[in-house]
Design a protein around this ligand. Sequence first.
Ligand SMILES: [Zn+2]
Length: 221
Amino acid sequence: MVTIGCGRVQSEQAVALAEAHPEVYAVVGVHPVDAGRGNWRDSDIDWIRDLARHDRVVAIGEAGLDYFHERPTPEDQPRAFRAQGALAADLGLPLVVHTRDAADDTMVILRDLGLRDVVLHCFSIPQYLDEALERGWTISIAGPVTFPRNTELRDAVTRVPAGRLLVETDAPYLAPVPMRGKRNQPAYVAHTLACIAHLRGDDVADLDRATSVTAARVFGW
Ligand SMILES: [Zn+2]
């Protein structure tokens, strides 16, 4: 499994967890909400680069744009996003992307960056699914796919090739049905996987294997 940092302290904690547990890998970076409100310094890329050289670090992120939490002053977010995207390209690591209420601007920056190794985390932009697949990106699905009214996302997961699909928790948020409303935890990802398999008409064990193979390929373990 992958655990991810949203800022410096959490990124260091993620690396420590990965050192302590052989089944855990780390992703390091600065989340757009943490980058916003004047918190991002261009020199932050230096500690991210240093941490990313650790052999248990498999990607850069979460990086991206989040206008839900930060409207109307998101000016630091694009700088942090672009800098981390350039670093990911530099290091040959995937970029794990967070986007919320900012789909169009996120796509503009991702097209500019020209990265192929992109994981769209907590995928929420089905309107861009076709382009994401054309560009070679990986679609990571979290608990909201289990919410019955989320029809666009539930339709989208049926159109993702098995080799391009990941499942995740986004813990502690977004617990899947039937745990909705509880504090999310990694074990609950089984509910999300079972729901996706049901929607796609896949065998649960087959989809389980496929997402594990995809994670190993994308994150390089
Ligand atoms: Zn996120």
